[in-house]
Ligand binder design. Structure first.
Ligand SMILES: [Zn+2]
Length: 304
């Protein structure tokens, strides 16, 4: 494997990426360096000694003797799309701050729109954060967000008349954003308790379900309908409301219409991008690839 001296991953454009990764073997090598950054590992038995075939495309486990490609056990395992195009798709999806439409992916990568759509959905699936290592702490804003239609009505009273999908957003100021789809506002409580460290400063609106949060948190409820927009310095929910606005611009600005079925993937992508807002493009690709496990099949995507 050729080792690139400078940061090979510092792609400033799609052109840079294609130049640094000129063919499929280079893409495999690039991918391998990311997913085996802590050492080689057989995807079948977990053994840490594997032999590379000379073509640079396959490996064989020293223990279970299985021959495998680097895609085994990743979301790319059953895909016929070249890894090089997958890397380019990741670059595109992570470098367009407002998201990217499948039609654009199709044009840029010379694939059909159906393939572009499938690639985007599979990458969104990969972007989902599956484990949360530490609770949010410090100043945390919690708010409910309504999705599933053009959001022209500012007031929550009006919003409730339209059937929308509900999500709870938790934002650690200057920190991490977490968003979970929920079925009713009562589920906000569980999401907060599971994700926010006890004793933290908690800012919410004055939703009645959150009336007792003061038992666990230093809680400020802001009553917007009474014209309150915070208690001055810290007690506001402006940051999480800004996040909702940003996410809605991303989703409706690019996709125009989103079915409830796919909403959680779009949300996951937007959250993922938000949480890496200060990370360079190059690192975003590596960061994305370190979490590519678990598979999403085409059948499960189009299932009713
Ligand atoms: Zn093995």
């Amino acid at each position: 494997m050729t080792k690139r001296k400078s940061k090979s991953a510092d792609f400033k454009s799609l052109y840079d990426l294609f130049e640094a990764i000129p063919d499929e073997v280079a893409a495999i090598s690039y991918f391998k360096n990311i997913i085996w950054k802590n050492g080689e590992r057989c995807p079948y038995c977990g053994h840490d000694k594997v032999y590379a075939f000379s073509d640079g495309k396959a490996w064989k486990c020293a223990k279970c003797r299985q021959r495998f490609s680097i895609r085994v056990g990743t979301i790319f395992e059953d895909s016929k799309i070249p890894l090089r195009k997958w890397l380019a798709a990741i670059w595109l999806i992570t470098s367009h701050r407002k998201g990217i439409a499948s039609t654009q992916i199709a044009r840029d990568l010379n694939v059909t729109q159906k393939t572009g759509w499938f690639m985007l959905h599979r990458l969104r699936h990969a972007a989902r954060t599956r484990s949360f290592n530490r609770p949010l702490r410090g100043f945390v804003e919690a708010d409910e967000g309504y999705f599933g239609g053009k959001d022209k009505n500012r007031h929550k009273e009006n919003r409730r008349k339209v059937k929308k999908t509900l999500a709870v957003g938790l934002l650690e100021r200057q920190g991490e954003l977490r968003v979970f789809p929920i079925k009713h506002t009562g589920q906000m409580i569980g999401a907060i308790v599971r994700n926010v460290k006890e004793g933290s400063r908690l800012m919410t609106d004055s939703a009645p379900v959150l009336a007792n949060m003061g038992a666990l948190y230093d809680h400020t409820a802001v009553n917007h309908s009474r014209g309150q927009y915070g208690d001055g310095a810290d007690g506001h929910t402006n940051s999480i409301e800004g996040v909702w606005a940003l996410i809605k611009r991303q989703i409706y600005g690019i996709h125009h219409w989103v079915s409830a079925k796919h909403l959680d993937r779009y949300l996951a992508e937007a959250v993922w991008r938000y949480n890496r807002r200060d990370v360079k493009d190059s690192n975003r690709i590596a960061d994305f690839l370190t979490r590519v496990d678990g598979r999403l099949t085409y059948a499960s995507l189009i299932a009713p």
